[in-house]
Design a protein around this ligand. Sequence first.
Ligand code: GLC
Length: 657
Amino acid sequence: MTSRQANRAAPKKHTAMSGMIRSVFVISLIMLSAPAFAEPDVPATRNIPVKNPGFESGNLQGWNERSWLTRRARVVRNPHEGDYALALGPETGRAAQLVPIQPGGIYRLSAVVKTDAGSEEVQLIASEYGGVKASVSSALTQFTKVSLEFESARAADHVLITVAHPAGPGRGYVDEIVLTKIGDTPPPRIEDMALPRSRHILEEGGVAQQPDEVMQWFLDAKFGMFIHWGVYAAMDEGAEWVMHDKAYSPKAYRERAENPESGFTASSYDPDEWAALAKAAGMKYVVLTARHHDGYALFDSHHENSWTSVQHLGRDFIREYVEAVRRAGLQVGLYYSPMSWRYPGYYNVTGRDMKPNVWNYRPEPWHKENARVMKEEAYEQVTRLLSDYGPRAYMFWDGAWLGQTIDPELEDRFWDTGRYQNPDKEWPIGESCVVREDGTGKALGIMGLVRKFQPRMIVNERFSWIGDVHAEEGVSASSGPIRDRQVMEKCLPLMKGGWGFRPDRPVFSFEEVAVYLSDCAIRNINLLLNVSPDRHGRIPDNQRGVLLEMGNWLGRVGDAFFGTRGGPWQPLFGEYGFTWREDKIYCHILPGYEGIASASFTTQSLGGRDVTGVRDLSSNQPLDWIENENGTLTVSGIGYSTDPPVTILELTLAESL
Ligand code: GLC
């Protein structure tokens, strides 16, 4: 039987009055509002309107609503049909459109695409429909139709269509985007419990991912504070990418940053206060940008070309931070960007392949050497961060990509991220920056250094090594199944429109952040929420306010997060999902759940396990429930919360899972 309602014929009822299973009596509830085996209602296939689907407006109209996604996209006269097509690239080119859809449909998305060079590809991607991102690509140089199908969640009201040319010196072309509804999503089936599968421990470059025992604190932590703080906080005209976006030369940027009147002062920097705020918000770890892509280090570095807060303001902010976070009893994390815009060679590490860049640098013979110095500085700084600040829990790498393009083979060759440095040494670093392995005397690569100096530290995957943790970035709600094979973290800026401080920027509300956190936890993903202190080191009041509200809420419902794992059932996008620990199952019920109107909630099948109590976690009110014949449980009389719009029920089982 697949119909949920048809299975509710002979429920067992429990009242919460005594908090235990009491008299079990059978009621013949006739809950069937529809016949159990209704004829399927197959909708006619129909086209969903997409704006400017063939780019015939002659411009990007409709295709840059998500402006930060749009890159190197131009409408050109090279069409498959009509007068125009979209050209993407060279290198990373993208355009995207949000299209309203009806909930719960099966859709087909197609486009006609081609590339300049048959070695590069164009991708068509569907995301944000409540399932895992779907994509299809083609490398053909003739216009070819590509299509994919996706099934939207019942609580999804839009799909994000993205077309992309991920990398390569040529361009990709796109024409005739068509979105068609071809069916209805079948009603959800009743699921049995499935506890998470064990992780896959992978190895790359001679280094294995950390074992479960080391990953445990991270999986338990659920919620962390990301802090983007650097000299860019002083530049109101942009966020942390301002140097790049406004094409500041390294010299002009430095002058701007160090201007005593308008530059970066750090005069109110108080890491104890930041750590106290993170703690008050219920966060368990903190990650501060030790150096972002602009190359300004918040710590001491002795590399001859370094630019640091010690030189500029006489302070090692990372030392103060690490000590404060440790004092607060939180796990210490750092962010570090290996690449730096201070080096033109970053766009031309081979000396013969200049990537497109906003500075209009032209290829020069000295670029390869310049890139080598960038690498050497990164080695000196990474070694110092690893060896000089005591034990640390987490390193968030960001930016091994070269010239902002994705070329894993070149990244590997350039950075030597594995256990050892490559003996061929196309970009050799000076002996004073080399650390050798005891015994073998071999020069350690980045991950060799990490495991030598910080054997229990975990790192993410953005330094051209697989990572112990994978980052899922961005503002779209987490979707798809429970992540159990690899450890995941979603990072999200609390301020809308950037990671580094910008004045008067709106922030996500407490209600929105609470939904993000539940959406993550029910899928086993950590939420790393970013705050943006200003140039003096103050976290703006609107960001602080949201964090305090989160802390207040987590003070009541924290049991449903900390130390739990996603499951024992898969989430249903926008409607509900679960976390569990020992004998407790937490049902996180989201605004799109259909039972909200009837103040009830029905779980998936408990497989015969006995429940001894149900309560609303936030109000601590016991609730009545009924065991249905099909093994599910229906809880009634729920006072659904709108502030935040996540209601969490706690089920206590007679035995641990
Ligand atoms: C991106 C951006 C960077 C930001 C990071 C946070 O990689 O380049 O500015 O620090 O995301 O995850």
